[in-house]
Design a protein around this ligand. Structure first.
Ligand SMILES: Nc1ncnc2c1ncn2[C@@H]1O[C@H](COP(=O)(O)OP(=O)(O)O)[C@@H](O)[C@H]1O
Ligand SMILES: [Mg+2]
Length: 259
């Protein structure tokens, strides 16, 4: 990229920021200033130029590794834009989690590469399981930015299972066990499954946040799956008598030990 272009983008960004500040007040921008470092901005502009995005609207969530915005595409669809922070505080953890995954074992221990790896891994995992499990449809990943289908209405995501609770614990537990089984059959373990990463839509539960998802060949896959099962069983145990962890593990893996 030439420095002319660079300057152009910077000018555009500043102008956008100013309008944004006037429109939405300082609060939203405190976050935005932290997320939209110059490199991230370029990625967003690239996504706009390539026709994957039209606008970046409000912030939906601020997390440890990533912030999520909602935006629109040129055809008017609403999308979720997950922006992994380049300057994530948990970099060391992120690196260690990533290199355990055989798909990413040779990634360089450079901040940027690791953060890009997380975005890419989430995208790959979503691609791999989306035909079998309800997850947001992934649209594009570039550097530290993942664009996916927005799950919710008017920029408001569906509630998480954590807040919404379950109207049908038996059915919901069964659904999540089935989802874990289908993911496993597709070669993926979620690795961070809990009531925090499940959204409740009118059409049932949807699994999100696959950035920690790893392949079953990962030597830690078994541990991750056991933890996912424990989280899910713990959650539903406040509603009902739940099956044993071992039984659920066998159902998901077909009695195989996963290694
Ligand atoms: N595709 C999506 N559509 C709508 N909201 C989403 C989407 N993905 C994430 N969110 C919202 O952002 C929150 C955090 O997303 P998540 O992927 O779990 O990131 P984190 O790593 O911060 O936990 C979710 O609880 C949900 O409210
Ligand atoms: Mg999450």
């Amino acid at each position: 990229m030439t420095s002319e272009q660079d300057k152009f983008y910077e000018r555009e960004f500043k102008r956008g920021l100013k309008q944004e500040r006037q429109r939405k007040g300082v609060e939203a921008l405190k976050v935005r200033d932290g997320v939209f470092d110059k490199a991230t901005l370029m990625v967003l502009y690239d996504l706009i130029k390539a026709g994957h995005l039209a606008t970046v609207e409000g912030i939906v969530s601020t997390g440890k590794e990533a912030n999520i915005f909602w935006g629109t595409t040129p055809s008017g669809e609403t999308v979720a834009i997950k922006i992994y922070r380049i300057a994530a505080a948990t970099f060391r953890n992120m690196w260690q989690y990533l290199i355990q995954d055989p798909r990413f074992k040779s990634i360089k221990k450079h901040h940027r590469h690791v953060v890009f790896g997380w975005a890419k891994r989430e995208y790959k995992n979503l691609m791999r399981i989306e035909d079998d499990v309800p997850v947001p449809h992934p649209l594009e990943v570039r550097s530290n930015v993942l664009v996916m289908e927005f799950l919710g209405r008017d920029g408001v995501p569906y509630p998480r299972l954590k807040e919404q609770g379950s109207d049908d614990p038996e059915g919901d537990l069964e659904a999540l066990i089935t989802y874990m089984k289908k993911m496993y059959e597709a070669g993926i373990v979620h690795g961070d499954l809990s009531e925090y990463n499940v959204l409740v839509s009118d059409d049932g539960l949807i699994v999100i946040d696959l950035s920690q998802g790893t392949v079953v060949e990962n030597t830690l896959a078994r541990e991750f799956l056991e933890r996912d099962i424990e989280n899910v069983l713990r959650y539903f145990s406040k509603y009902m008598k739940v099956p044993s962890k071992e039984d659920v593990y066998d159902r998901i893996t077909g009695g195989k030990d996963g290694e």
